[in-house]
Design a binder for this molecule. Structure first.
Ligand SMILES: Nc1ncnc2c1ncn2[C@@H]1O[C@H](COP(=O)(O)OP(=O)(O)OP(=O)(O)O)[C@@H](O)[C@H]1O
Length: 316
């Protein structure tokens, strides 16, 4: 039996970004970002409009180099838009804040501190008015949450990549940010560890229900975790594509999803969208290119294959 691919439910909000009735937690309005100037200028993001809802899990998917990290850094307040406005609860985002916790692709742990001390450093900074005991219990809770109790005394060089990323995740989660920003947090990991951590992130999110934005280049990962998926079109001047709603029931289990028609149809739709939009960008680039068109010479290829007789003669 062949699987029927149904059209994805593309949210109206994608077409009319301001149609959401509730006040969004974060709003991006006509946001553009470039780096450099003159001939070295790189136009990365163009006219980004997006509303992020309180408590949702949003995934932003895009190809390498499309501007995903720039997108995450704008939300984190680490870079400023050149044009447009980003607000959180109606107030402009003007810099980094513990309200928005960012987990990077490269764990950025302090190498001379243990897992416990790396997490405690952030907790002590954010929760200064808590008692020492409260802070210690809080740190232990998050170490346990990411399954690192047995390795809490180890330093980063004594950890595997997955364990470092767990530490980094626990450190950010322990700061209790209102928004968790995950910038390709699993892309440096092997497939098995990646799958395991995807499920752990999902479990934590289901318990905590904080707003979460995951930036990824993996469509399957996006479908597993997200309520909504928004494609980032290829750059330069990347804009956002239509929003895909993920209606799959939770809790979701990766191994079971693979057999579900809705999962397969959504994966096809998002992948097709991204591949088509990349091809269109390439075609447009080729059409506008100043490079001289390659003209093929008007000749017929000649067969260099020797007649069978000639081969036999040459081998005798
Ligand atoms: N600080 C910077 N200065 C100049 N150019 C930059 C800077 N940061 C990023 N870029 C350029 O902006 C573009 C988008 O980069 P970005 O890292 O946001 O993309 P990405 O989608 O996260 O890529 P990848 O998936 O490969 O990590 C690239 O062309 C990159 O070279």
């Amino acid at each position: 039996m062949t699987a029927t691919i149904t059209e994805p439910r593309v949210a109206e909000a994608a077409v009319q970004p301001s149609s959401s009735p509730a006040e969004p937690l974060i709003a991006m309005r006509a946001v553009s970002k470039s780096y450099g100037s003159g001939v070295t200028r790189t136009d990365v993001l163009h006219d980004i409009d997006l509303e992020i809802r309180e408590g949702e899990f949003l995934a932003v998917v895009g190809f390498s180099g499309s501007g995903k990290t720039t997108f995450a850094q704008l939300l984190a307040g680490l870079v400023e838009p050149d044009r447009g406005l980003i607000t959180m609860r109606g107030k402009p985002i003007s810099g980094p804040s513990p309200d928005r916790g960012l987990v990077f692709q490269n764990y950025s742990l302090l190498p001379w501190l243990t897992v416990r001390a790396n997490i405690a450093l952030s907790v002590n900074r954010v929760f200064r008015n808590w008692s020492r005991g409260e802070r210690r219990d809080h740190v232990e809770r998050f170490i346990e949450m990411v399954g690192l109790s047995h390795a809490a005394h180890r330093r980063p060089h004594e950890l595997s990549g997955g364990m470092r990323q767990r530490t980094s995740l626990a450190r950010t989660l322990a700061m209790k940010p209102d928004v968790l920003l995950l910038d390709e947090p699993l892309s440096a990991l092997d497939a098995l560890t990646r799958g395991q951590l995807q499920e752990e992130i999902l479990k934590i999110w289901e318990e905590e229900r904080q707003t979460c934005v995951m930036i990824t280049n993996d469509v399957d990962e996006a479908i597993l975790v997200a309520d909504r998926i928004v494609p980032l079109n290829p750059g330069p001047n990347a804009s956002l594509g239509p929003i895909f709603d993920v209606g799959l029931p939770r809790p979701r289990v990766r191994t079971e999803l693979n057999h579900q028609e809705e999962f397969k149809s959504l994966r096809n739709a998002v992948t097709k969208y991204l591949v088509d939009v990349r091809q269109a960008a390439r075609d447009k680039q080729a059409a506008g290119s100043d490079a001289p068109a390659i003209r093929l010479p008007d000749i017929r290829p000649q067969s260099l294959k020797l007649p069978r007789k000639a081969i036999m003669n040459s081998t005798i």
